[in-house]
Design a protein around this ligand. Structure first.
Ligand code: BGC
Length: 743
């Protein structure tokens, strides 16, 4: 439908303009009926449609919808197709319950395992996060429904989330905390972006001109609206000027009046307000024009939720005890067997259309398992009699499967965990059972990593994460071999919380939190430090096995504006069909700047029948090799060598090879007394000018051969690293001549 936006703006009163930029109530924007401007409706996501029932007599009554696995789980699928399918289903459900825009995906990076909201976020890695979130957005928006990529930006803890300032360098911000947003914006144009409550380097996200206008719109070309997180406004007028379009849920007209006053007294330009109004009009019309009749199909979508949960589970350990076999005596133990925790607490918590536990599934399928609860799901209390019954049941069985996990109260939106442990009662029971039953399997239900002190003493560990309403069914299929586990960890499981790179600074003092670890987040840190971890980023087992071979590149060298294709062959070497998640990491070998040992720059999930081989392909561009260079405020890959690793997890190297990249771009070079000789020798702009100085050292140390060879050059390095001033101090090089050279 054609809408004459500019004309509409000219017909709106100042009060109506201000009014369009805030909510009418908790979920709706305001309509302007006299001009045919509709209201639109938001609803929480991200892993389901949490639509309030308009006919209910109590608030917070939600229409039963599908509770898909939370992002902690779907990230482990490494499956863009699954995320897109889930997005399409969510979009259809939104249409059915008359929701115009779904509040998700949430793409904040898991800086620490104890952030209370990690279950809603994808990963410690921005590349994986960006790709999966983009697929989700693509799916939802293909149904004419908007998304809201949240929480922009650097909202990585719940502690004092309303006011704490996340303080970091521009490089850290760009590489780790903005990258996923950038990918979503550039590839999907989400209809909305939700700015976070916190400050970034001292400014509220809702008033952050650098982020909301310079980065988001000017650099990335964003065309949608920026909406606040619910209540994230400090100074509404400053927000309008910074590029904030919509305040939700609104302040009953108070902030609208401030906007009107500010325009009248000249502290806010009407042009800035008009920009927000124009964005809002495009947004509301695009939502309203996309509405269509749709019916909820809860059976079909439940089946999809089960499939995605099965794609997302990660088999962390297995000595062969899994899958379980018919004819074995199996004991199920632990409250999570009958009451699995499958979603997290807070604004994403919804009313599922149905859910079946793993225990109910096993009973329904006549698997003949015995069950002893052993511990409750929501308490850390030890009961001697219950525990003894569980240990006895386990001892008499062929295999004991313990359904463990984090109680609801341990992790939620609104607060962070203070430790990374399971309840003590669970750890104790697992240890006691493992002592009498060598075939002990632990199934985990948690939104974020936990310490697993018993990991070496049990036969298998299956990580279900918060797997949505289909989790129990998926778990049953996986345990009994009807599905083959094929997820991998989207985050590192450190041995203990203290190993995490943000440990010393996480939380901060409540006003400021320093991101002192910079880009060394997750495996970027553990790998660079060569630290042992419990399970590495990208780790996950299967009931079959895979081999990697034949790494090849479309060229050995590539340059600015070009791409290179990387291929490898993956073979299923086991006896059953399975899926392997193949990962590509890039390692800069030039030592040019402080950089993580390697970074994920590609992944793909490949399904293989027994003995089948398939070729996987990745495309790398200069950005894949780049870090964010603050000297040029841009991404930059230095000329030189890069190792390309194709592997099954971040701590392994199935295949590796070297490529070379050549760039004509040069970083600004500032030459002064302290500039070392080697820097000037390497730089084409100064190479010729310093040859006289190099000759001087060579005369002094004649055994240094003239060479372009890198290794010999490195040996010479000590002398080549001397700063220019030393030629004056030690070599008698005339001071005036040096001043002229520096000029
Ligand atoms: C959360 C958002 C959510 C919003 C609306 C906020 O507290 O941070 O993620 O979308 O509430 O419920």
């Amino acid at each position: 439908m054609e809408h004459h936006i500019k004309e509409l703006i000219s017909q709106l009163t100042l009060e109506e303009k201000a009014g369009l930029c805030s909510g009418a109530d908790h979920w709706h924007t305001k309509a302007v009926e006299r001009l045919g401007i509709p209201a639109v409706k938001f609803s929480d996501g991200p892993h389901g449609v949490r639509a309030e029932d308009p006919h209910a007599d109590r608030p917070y009554t939600f229409i039963p919808t599908i509770c898909f696995p939370a992002a902690c789980a779907t990230a482990a699928s490494f499956d863009v197709e699954a995320l897109e399918q889930m997005g399409r289903a969510l979009g259809r459900e939104c249409q059915a319950v008359e929701v115009d825009t779904l509040l998700g995906p949430a793409v904040n990076i898991k800086r620490s395992p104890v952030c209370g909201r990690n279950f809603e976020y994808f990963s410690e890695d921005p590349y994986l996060t960006g790709k999966l979130a983009s697929a989700y957005i693509h799916g939802v928006q293909s149904q004419g429904v908007g998304t809201s990529v949240k929480h922009f930006a650097a909202n990585n803890q719940e502690y004092r989330r309303m006011g704490c300032s996340s303080d970091m360098t521009e490089r850290t911000l760009r590489e780790i905390y903005l990258s996923a947003f950038e990918e979503c914006v550039k590839t999907q144009q989400p209809k909305t972006i939700m700015c976070s409550y916190n400050k970034i380097n001292g400014d509220y996200a809702a008033e952050h001109k650098h982020l909301l206008t310079e980065v988001l719109r000017d650099e990335w070309g964003y065309e949608g609206i920026v909406v606040t997180d619910w209540g994230a406004v400090a100074d509404r007028v400053k927000g309008v000027a910074a590029g904030l379009d919509l305040e939700m849920p609104g302040t009953g007209g108070m902030n609208d009046r401030y906007i009107v006053e500010a325009v009248k007294n000249g502290t806010l330009s009407e042009k800035d307000l008009d920009k927000a109004v124009e964005n809002m009009l495009r947004f509301v019309f695009s939502c309203a024009d996309s509405r269509r009749e749709e019916q909820l199909d809860l059976e079909r979508d439940h089946a999809l939720a089960v499939n995605i949960a099965a794609e997302s589970a990660v088999l962390l350990e297995n000595n062969g005890v899994l899958p379980l076999g018919a004819g074995q005596k199996i004991a199920y133990i632990g409250g999570f067997a009958e009451a699995p925790r499958f979603q997290g607490g807070g604004s994403s918590h919804l009313t599922p259309s149905q859910s079946v536990s793993a225990l109910e599934m096993a009973r329904a399928k006549g698997r003949g398992v015995s069950y002893t609860m052993g511990f409750l799901v929501d308490e850390d209390t030890w009961n001697d009699a219950d525990a003894a019954a569980a240990v006895e049941n386990a001892r008499q069985a062929d295999v004991a499967v313990i359904f463990a996990g984090l109680p609801e109260a341990f992790e939620s939106e609104g607060y962070d965990r203070t430790h990374m442990r399971l309840p003590d009662c669970q750890n104790r029971l697992i240890a006691e059972i493992a002592a009498v039953q060598p075939n002990t399997v632990v199934v985990l239900h948690n939104g974020s990593p936990v310490e697993c002190p018993w990991a070496g003493d049990v036969a298998a560990v299956l990580e279900m994460y918060l797997s949505g309403q289909g989790g129990g069914e998926a778990c049953d299929r996986l345990l009994w071999g009807e599905s083959n586990p094929c997820g991998k960890l989207p985050e590192t499981f450190p041995l203990k919380l203290e190993d995490n790179p943000s440990y010393l600074n996480f939380g901060g003092d409540g006003r400021n939190v320093r991101y002192a670890e910079g880009s060394y987040v997750g495996y970027r840190y553990y790998d660079t430090k060569k630290m042992p971890v419990r399970w590495a980023f990208g780790h996950g087992l299967s009931y079959t096995s895979f081999s990697y071979s034949n790494l090849r590149f479309s060229a050995d060298t590539f340059a600015d504006g070009q791409t290179i294709c990387v291929q490898a062959d993956i073979t299923n070497t086991g006896k059953i069909a399975g899926k392997e998640i193949v990962q590509l990491y890039v390692a800069d070998q030039n030592g040019t700047v402080v950089r993580p040992a390697k970074e994920l720059k590609g992944f793909t999930k490949v399904a293989l029948a027994p003995n089948e081989t398939k070729t996987v392909s990745f495309t790398l561009d200069p950005r894949s090799l780049s870090y964010y260079e603050e000297k040029i405020n841009d991404w930059f890959a230095p000329t030189g060598n890069y190792e390309i690793i194709v592997s099954t997890s971040s701590d392994r190297k199935e295949l590796s090879g070297k490529i070379r990249f050549e760039t004509k771009r040069l970083l600004p070079l500032c030459v002064d007394d302290d500039t070392p000789l080697d820097v000037l020798d390497r730089d084409p702009r100064t190479h010729d000018a310093v040859q006289e100085l190099i000759a001087l050292i060579r005369r002094k140390i004649p055994m240094i051969p003239q060479t372009d060879d890198e290794d010999t050059a490195q040996e010479m390095g000590g002398d080549m690293e001397i700063p220019l001033k030393c030629f004056v101090i030690f070599e008698g090089y005339p001071r005036e001549k040096m001043a002229a050279l520096i000029e």
